[in-house]
Design a protein. Sequence first.
Length: 390
Amino acid sequence: MAAVVTVFLISITNQLLSAVLGVYFTDINHSVLGAGVHLSIFAVGTLAGKAFLLLHRPVESRILVRAGMGITIFASIGYLLGGFWHPFCPVAVWVSFFRMVQGIGFSFAASASPILITGYSKGQLAGKISHYGMITTFATLIGNPLALHIYAGMAEQKAFLLICLLVLICAACAVILCPKTEEAVGAFQGFSKETPGSEVKKWLPFIGGLFLLFFFSQILTSIFNVLVPIYTKQIGRLELASVFLMIVTAAMLVIRIGIPALLRKMGFRRFVVTGCILYVAGILCCLAAESVCTGIMMISGGILGGVASGIFMSVFHIKMLSVVPEELYGKVNIIFLLAIDFSLIVSGTFWSLLVNRVGLHEAFCLAAVMGLLPGLCCMVKPKSLCSYSL
């Protein structure tokens, strides 16, 4: 239970700020930074943290979580001080700097957090990954609405400071709880454990292919966060954007409950193809919302898109871990998280440029076509590589 709560606390330290900072920057009249720039700044911090971990000697998960959440506490204090006293630079610059610092801390703690779940006892890898995904998705489902509710009900400066105080408290609780999780995990040795060259040659090419497929799938599913708010505003139903995003998150949470059983029954290849089909169906439902039953079609698109997102997030993670020895789980977890970080940096620019070039509707149509590519790649792979066996 301590491990579950620790993973939840690590995740929610980011979720409490991810939805609010864009609005906060707008409210304090620093539009030059852009409402979404803080995501890229945060991603730069997480990438720096993961690069350090990949090159550094082995670090115990307990120490890594403590260090990461300690840096988050430092960043939270920086946010709080910035709300009252910032003599050297504007508020937005101050907050942006500490957002990058928080990214480094979150990277450390989040890289260790999967092993707190997967490192407990032996076997049942799919179930553990599913539980890990459910915990982080639940943090998203709670963190974003809670922060937005606080921000909507108070003056922006007081609301921002209260949210930062919550981040600090969650990080401090994670530091306190983490030593208890280590007693259960125990087996984790670090991220840079050396293996024979023959072992590396065996798993590295396949992990690279899975990384590219997963990275591409994250760019695809990011269309829901990047373009759906713009699309709903264009069709005169902006209020559906928040409902849509909550439905996507809830659908991701629900599907992860059944992923272990479904994966055993269907296999990796068929499950990825199913995810692609659901993604395309979700995009088509969104496109149809402009002319037919807008609310129903957007809800249907959110459910289908959320299920597809949950499938991609879980099955690629499970497959990556299933092809390497247990002592390499830490390094593979970092590779998995790197794909998410890179997709965050690429996605906003990619979809924005595509809309500027071809238009909003055409971007959705192209997304539907591109959504078939991961499934096609799995279909042409040798069956031995795409089979599911844990």
